[in-house]
Design a binder for this molecule. Structure first.
Ligand code: DOR
Ligand code: ZN
Length: 349
C-alpha cells in the first residue's frame, strides 16, 4: 500500500484535559488550541471548581489566555463533592457547564474533595439526568486493600454496574479507560448512556514501558498503565469505529520537579502533540482512516454538540520531541514516545 503523506481531519475535540490555573495556564492552553476546536476542562484545581460561579471565573481565565482571534471553546465541568446539591447542578447548567466530574475521594491528583460514598449521589444523579448533563467518572476504587492494577476493574464491576441500575437515564462517560475489562464492559452494557474516553498514552504504552529498565516517571498516570493485553484491547476499541469510544487526552501537566521526585505526581503531558500521538497509535494497526471519527465526531455526537468548523492537517514529518517546555516559572518534561520521535506533525489547515 502506498505510504500516506498527509491526513486532513475535521477539527477535533479533546473531551478530557487538565489546563491547571494561574501562571502556567497560558503555557498549557496554547498547545491544545493549536489542535482542537473545543476541550472539556477538568475541574480538579487546588480550589476545585465546585460551583457555577467558580466555573464562570475559570472559563473567563481560560478565555483571557487564548491567542488573539481564537475561536477555541472551553467546555466547563463541575467537581462533585459530598455537599453538591441539585440546586448546584441547576445553576451549573444555566452557566453553560456541560458535565460533572466524579472523583472518588483520594483516587488521584487533587481528588481529596471528591465523593466519599457514591451511594449518597442519588439526588445529584437525578438532577443531572433531568438537566441532561453528563456524569464523568474517574473509575477506580480507593480501598487501600485493593491492588492498584485492579482498581479500575473492581470499580466497574462493583460500583458502575450498581450505579447504572439506579440511574438508567443518566448519560455517563467512563473516563480514560485502561483495561480490556472496561472495553468488554462497554461492549456488554454500552448503549446510548455509556461511553468512554481513551488517552494516547494508554494506546501506546503498557506497564513494562514504565517499569522495565528503570522507572520512568513520565509514563506514570492514573489509572496506571496496564498490560499489553489491555493496551491491545484499547487500541482495537479506539480503532473499531464504535462510536462509544472517543478522544480524551487526559493531558495532565506537572512541573518536571514534581514528577522526577521521591513521590512523583501522576499525569502525562501529551497535549503538545496529542493528534500526532493518536495518529501514531492508529497507524500502528493500519487504521488511520478511523481517526477522524474518533477525534472529531463520536465525542461531539455523544455530548450532543455540533461538529467544529475547519480542519487540521497531519503531515508525515519526523521530529525529535522537546526535552522540556515552559510551564510558568518552571518547566515540564512532556510525555515522550519510547523512541523520542514522532513521524507526524499537526498543522492548522
Ligand atoms: O494521571 C492523572 N493525572 N490522572 C488523573 O486522574 C488526574 C491527573 C491530574 O490532574 O494530574
Ligand atoms: Zn484527568
Amino acid at each position: 500500500m502506498a505510504t500516506l503523506h498527509e491526513l486532513v481531519l475535521p477539527r477535533p475535540d479533546d473531551f478530557h484535559v487538565h489546563f491547571r490555573e494561574g501562571t502556567v495556564l497560558a503555557d498549557v492552553v496554547r498547545h491544545t488550541v493549536l489542535q482542537f476546536g473545543r476541550a472539556l476542562v477538568m475541574p480538579n484545581l487546588k480550589d476545585p471548581v465546585t460551583t457555577a460561579s467558580k466555573a464562570i471565573v475559570y472559563r473567563q481565565a481560560i478565555r483571557e489566555v487564548l491567542p488573539e482571534g481564537s475561536d477555541f471553546t472551553p467546555l466547563m465541568t463541575l467537581y462533585l463533592t459530598d455537599t453538591t446539591t441539585p440546586e448546584d447542578i441547576a445553576e451549573a447548567k444555566k452557566a453553560g457547564v456541560v458535565a460533572v466530574k466524579w472523583y472518588p475521594a483520594g483516587a488521584t491528583t487533587l481528588s481529596d474533595h471528591g465523593v466519599s460514598d457514591w451511594r449518597q449521589m442519588d439526588a445529584v444523579c437525578e438532577a443531572l439526568a433531568a438537566e441532561e448533563m453528563l456524569l464523568l467518572i474517574h473509575g477506580e476504587v480507593t480501598d487501600p486493600q485493593i491492588d492498584i492494577f485492579e482498581r479500575e476493574t473492581r470499580f466497574v464491576r462493583d460500583i458502575l454496574v450498581a450505579l447504572r441500575q439506579r440511574h438508567p437515564n443518566l448519560r455517563m462517560v467512563l473516563e480514560h479507560i485502561t483495561t480490556k475489562d472496561s472495553v468488554d464492559f462497554i461492549h456488554e452494557y454500552g448503549h446510548q448512556n455509556l461511553g468512554a474516553t481513551i488517552t494516547a498514552q494508554h494506546l501506546l504504552n503498557n506497564r513494562n514501558h514504565m517499569l522495565v529498565g528503570g522507572i520512568k516517571p513520565h509514563f506514570y498516570c492514573l489509572p496506571i498503565l496496564k498490560t499489553e493485553t489491555d493496551r491491545c484491547a484499547l487500541l482495537e476499541a479506539a480503532t473499531s469505529g464504535d462510536s462509544r469510544f472517543f478522544l480524551g487526552t487526559d493531558s495532565a501537566p506537572h512541573a518536571q520537579s514534581a514528577k522526577e521526585n521521591a513521590c512523583g505526581c501522576a499525569g502525562c503531558f501529551t497535549g503538545y502533540a496529542a493528534l500526532e500521538l493518536y495518529a501514531t497509535a492508529f497507524e500502528s494497526v493500519g487504521k488511520l482512516d478511523k481517526l477522524a471519527n474518533f477525534a472529531a465526531r463520536f465525542g461531539a455526537d455523544y455530548y450532543g454538540l455540533p461538529y467544529n468548523k475547519g480542519e487540521v492537517v497531519l503531515k508525515r514529518e519526523s521530529w525529535a520531541l522537546p526535552e522540556t517546555l515552559p510551564f510558568g516559572a518552571t518547566l515540564i518534561r512532556p510525555y515522550h514516545t519510547v523512541s523520542g520521535q514522532l513521524n507526524w506533525k499537526c498543522f492548522q489547515a
